[in-house]
Design a binder for this molecule. Structure first.
Ligand SMILES: Nc1nc2c(ncn2[C@@H]2O[C@H](COP(=O)(O)OP(=O)(O)OP(=O)(O)O)[C@@H](O)[C@H]2O)c(=O)[nH]1
Length: 592
């Protein structure tokens, strides 16, 4: 087998928690490939690094392996981490064909990494987990650039055990997250099991294993999806929108299919109508050896997927990170413009008439946030890409429902004028985080607290239902006021409420409640208390064994049903139902 010219380079994204070693790993892959590389040179792209197959197999110590693989190499996206993955989609799903999830073996998974794992699962992207920083294990004896097993076998028994324990913690965590995993050398079927590779990005131990497993995954899973025709019009995704001196606004783009040329007309996704523009220049980084102070980039006439390239063209100001870039012809321009528009609209328009306002840094991350909020059944009024602006604050402050005068921002900043506005606008609550699950949890916790507070406020001012019975042999005074012993059957009775009998007639007002000689302000279900009732005379309007109810005013009954029904206890509801039945005997629409 040899490299198949029709296969493009698979795109690989590296994800992981801050400080777990993404940058160091990418540097190590790049650096070692440069050091070992004699055949193909590694190529620096815009936003990506291409490592040719020759370098990878040389690095793995067996150049004959080259014949086993048909992909031309691997293209690593340089924007490390979360951002590159959550944000970047191709038409088929995730932009990256493969992923490396990096985790510090001494620390385990962090929320952001867990989130990445969920996203990988959703997009069905093949990935490996690397358990980094094995050289930090106490007593580790480093073997520079060695394969993992070669180095592992040279360690003392104690160190091996220590590593194994930490390693199985990671496997256990993955299991809890719904992934079966094993050490990479023990995985028989990579479709069923995730391979976990212990490495050190500093000493290079295990790096060759990572590259080999990635190639294996590419070979196994991607062959079918990596075909491209070099002549087809280019399709890519905006990695970043960047202002460059002398060039104006440019878009760093990962081209994942076809070819793109200087002078081509492209359609680029934006918040409004898609941008149609003509490519002024295609730019690649200048090789390090020829770097001149003022010229960072060199022009190229055309590039073919997969590649990272900077596009300079007029009118790119509104371009969106994560949005599609498509080369068009006069025949296709209308249809493709409509497609690009609907791809972005898919994310944007699917909003509710009431709900929270959300902002995210790219189309892809906005979509991820929308998905998660939908799962939690949190309605979304507006979903936009971009930082939190003054306009957002003004708009949201006009929303009356406090649960929705909320902005949820994922990976975004608050613009300076919006910051000022926020300080003077108490109606708007802002949640910001770079982990979606945290954002959602924060919002949910807050909403729950708000609900409880609101309910408490209502329930403090509302007259609640209560049913009680006058106990036999407990008439302490006949009238003015009548003082009788009562037992609360359900609900609650407070002082100063009116009392009705089972015919719905008001028989008096509760003037006081006493429990074992002490004044109390309310009595709850099960309590036996002495009640002073102003109005009735025992033996006339009331008598022993009578059942009486708190007279809930109609307005209050309505509010109970609509606003605090969920927070009522079962016995309060029982009292309410019995009371409503009495009131509705004459008027079926009472409190409806
Ligand atoms: N001992 C040891 N240190 C490592 C290893 N990998 C990374 N580090 C160190 O860990 C720190 C963080 O590594 P980075 O590569 O910057 O981590 P990152 O994930 O790219 O972090 P961000 O770019 O901030 O997201 C640096 O001080 C690295 O030198 C490793 O394998 N062993």
């Amino acid at each position: 087998m040899a490299v198949n010219e029709n296969l493009r380079t698979p795109i690989v994204s590296v994800m992981g928690h801050v400080d777990h070693g993404k940058t160091t790993l990418l540097d190590m892959i790049r650096g070692s490939a440069v050091a070992e590389g004699e055949a193909g040179a590694i190529t620096q792209h815009i936003g990506a690094t291409e490592v040719p197959i020759e370098n990878i197999v040389t690095k793995c110590g067996d150049p004959s392996l080259k014949d086993r693989f048909i992909v031309p190499g691997l293209l690593f996206i340089d924007t490390p981490g979360h951002h590159a993955f959550t944000s970047l989609r191709s038409r088929g799903g995730a932009l990256a064909d493969l992923a490396i999830v990096i985790v510090d073996i001494n620390e385990g998974f962090m929320p952001q990494t867990i989130e990445s794992l969920h996203i990988l699962k959703r997009f069905k992207t093949p990935f490996v987990v690397v358990a980094n920083k094995i050289d930090r294990i106490h007593g580790w004896n480093p073997n520079k650039n060695s394969s993992f097993l070669a180095s592992y076998n040279k360690q003392s028994e104690r160190v091996k055990t220590d590593l194994d324990n930490k390693f199985y913690d990671i496997v256990g965590e993955l299991y809890n997250l719904g992934f079966n995993s094993e050490r990479f050398d023990r995985v028989g079927d990579f479709q069923r099991n995730i391979g976990v590779i212990p490495i050190s990005a500093v000493t290079g131990e295990g790096i060759s294993d990572v590259l080999m497993i990635l190639l294996g995954l590419a070979q196994k899973f991607l062959e079918g999806s990596l075909h491209y025709t070099a002549k087809s019009p280019g399709i890519g995704t905006v990695l970043e929108v960047k202002e460059e001196k002398g060039l104006g606004t440019t878009i760093d783009t990962i081209l994942y299919d076809g070819t793109i040329k200087k002078g081509d007309i492209i359609v680029v996704g934006s918040l409004g109508d898609p941008i149609q523009t003509k490519i002024r220049a295609l730019l690649k980084p200048r090789p390090l050896s020829e770097i001149k102070a003022e010229e960072k980039f060199q022009q190229v006439a055309e590039v073919t997927a997969a590649v990272g390239v900077k596009i300079s063209a007029p009118n790119l100001e509104g371009a969106l990170a994560g949005a599609p870039v498509r080369v068009v012809s006069p025949e296709t321009i209308d249809a493709i413009t409509a497609e690009v528009k609907s791809e972005i609209a898919d994310v944007q328009i699917d909003t509710d008439s009431v709900g929270v306002t959300i902002k995210a840094d790219t189309i892809g991350s906005l979509e991820a946030l929308v998905n998660e909020l939908r799962k939690e059944e949190i309605p979304i009024r507006k979903a936009h890409v971009g930082d939190v602006s003054n306009r957002d604050i003004v708009e949201v402050s006009a929303i009356e429902d406090p649960f929705y005068s909320v902005i949820i921002g994922f990976n975004v900043k608050v613009l300076p004028d919006a910051k000022e506005k926020l300080q003077t606008t108490s109606e708007v609550t802002l949640f910001r985080n770079d982990v979606i699950y945290r954002l959602i949890d924060d919002y949910k916790d807050w909403a729950k607290k708000q609900k409880e507070l609101a309910e408490k406020e209502i329930s403090d001012t509302i007259i609640k239902p209560g049913r009680f019975r006058i106990m036999p042999d407990c008439i302490f005074r006949q009238s003015k006021p009548a003082v009788v012993g009562v037992k609360i059957v359900s609900g609650v009775v407070k002082t100063n409420v009116d009392v009705v009998n089972t015919d719905g007639e008001v028989v008096g007002k509760v003037k006081g409640l006493q429990l074992r000689g002490e004044n109390i302000s309310e009595a709850k279900i099960g309590m036996e208390v002495a009640m002073a009732l102003e109005g009735p005379t025992v033996g006339r309007q009331i008598k022993e064994e009578d059942t009486l109810f708190v007279n809930v005013p109609e307005r209050h009954a309505k509010r109970i049903e609509h606003e605090i029904y969920d927070s009522m206890t079962a016995d309060e509801l029982e009292a309410l139902d019995a009371f409503l039945a009495i009131k509705r005997r004459d008027n079926p629409f009472w409190a409806k």
